[in-house]
Design a binder for this molecule. Structure first.
Ligand code: CP3
Length: 348
């Protein structure tokens, strides 16, 4: 059992309340850049880790212990609930999720089954309960957003241009909306179950939605996001949205009932606020800079902190996930720097 006082900085920042230092966490903070993670992966596949609550909790805790971050993110994958809907997924090393029989027509969509969390993913809920006994920082639950999940289900794997997804969406709008409905219902059920088990905030990863223009987003994606978030408004936890290269969708996101907008490195925090983004922002260091020399990293980090800290609603993070080539020491030094520099600014 844990005896450390609970660190509320992350939850306060999500809500735009005053707090003592800028909270930090990193997307993909548990992963291959950690020797301890690589060791566990020699023994278990990613899905094997997530099916074993003790191992999964240990992996989730690794960055909390090692880096002193202000939040933990459940170790799982956006594809974790997909097999329960009747679609086989394999996570291939250095590629990502791969599917044998991609969705090609309305009949394929009709066959998708709803998620029953207690029966289908009890191991995720057990991991969350275990983590809440051990953590003294908030636990973030997460899910993939319907568009990003659909892109894997239709393309059969990662994609550069998403042309199958776009062709399906535009030529078969009825099947597309049914797919959004089914994935949207699954997302609601999945996140509600995570929150009930103890997740204190949730992040929705719409990683690849930036491939759409704002008009297609409004037509084909915004309605389901509105429904998911309106339903989750019943739960009293902050909701975070994130996507890569989605700077042109910020106005659309700002209309949704969300608490936090995650920015990648292409849109500065200043530019986002100038566009009228009033919600808390999370981001947005280019993860490539974690491989640059420290003085460069420090300079960029200071610039981000100075922009972000004009408003208490700011969480420091990367613009996307940590690369496997990054050194643990770099993230340790960066976390300590953000804590120290932001406390100094707050006191001055
Ligand atoms: O620490 C954390 O961030 C929590 C764990 C987490 C994983 N995946 C574990 C994982 C989270 C939050 C995800 C989300 C996820 N998965 C997203 C959204 C975030 C993003 O990156 O935009 C996406 C698009 C996926 C799909 C996926 N799964 C990809 C693209 C990959 C990488 C392929 C590779 O090998 O580089 C995966 C595999 C995956 N998911 C790994 C981890 C730690 C790779 C490491 C491994 O094989 O052990």
């Amino acid at each position: 059992m844990n005896t450390k006082p609970f660190n509320h900085n992350f939850l306060k920042a999500c809500r735009g309340e005053e707090h003592s230092h800028t909270p930090v966490w990193y997307m993909r903070q548990a992963g291959r850049y950690q020797p301890e993670y690589r060791k566990i992966r020699e023994k278990y596949s990613l899905f094997e880790i997530t099916h074993r609550p003790e191992v999964c909790a240990e992996v989730t805790m690794l960055p909390v212990k090692q880096l002193d971050v202000d939040a933990a993110i459940l170790f799982a994958d956006i594809m974790t609930p997909i097999p329960s809907m009747g679609i086989n997924v394999e996570i291939k090393s250095s590629i990502g999720p791969v599917i044998d029989n991609p969705i090609a027509c309305k009949e394929d969509v009709e066959k998708l089954k709803p998620l029953n969390p207690a029966e289908d993913i009890p191991y995720i809920l057990d991991t969350i309960k275990l983590l809440r006994e051990q953590l003294s920082v908030p636990l973030i639950g997460f899910a993939g957003a319907p568009f990003t999940l659909a892109s894997y289900l239709i393309e059969g794997g990662p994609s550069r241009n998403y042309y199958k997804t776009k062709a399906f969406m535009h030529s078969n709008p009825e099947a597309w909306h049914l797919l959004m409905d089914k994935l949207g219902e699954m997302t609601i059920t999945y996140l509600q179950a995570q929150i009930q088990a103890g997740a204190q905030a949730v992040q929705i990863f719409d990683s690849w939605v930036g491939t759409l223009n704002a008009q297609d987003y409004a037509t084909f994606v915004a309605p389901i996001m509105q429904r998911i978030l309106a339903k989750l408004a019943e739960e009293n936890v902050p909701k975070i949205m994130f996507g890569v290269g989605a700077g042109h969708l910020l106005q659309e996101w700002n209309k949704l009932p969300l608490d936090v907008i995650g920015l990648d490195w292409r849109t500065s925090i200043k530019a986002a606020r100038q566009q009228g983004i009033t919600k808390t922002v999370q981001g947005n260091l280019d993860p490539g800079l974690l491989l640059a020399d420290w003085p460069v990293l420090e300079k960029k980090t200071k610039a981000i902190l100075e922009q972000g800290m004009e408003n208490p609603g700011f969480i420091f993070n990367l613009g996307h996930g940590v690369y496997p080539q990054v050194k643990v020491e770099t993230l340790q030094r960066l976390t300590a720097f953000v804590h120290e520099y932001s406390s100094r600014i707050k006191r001055s």
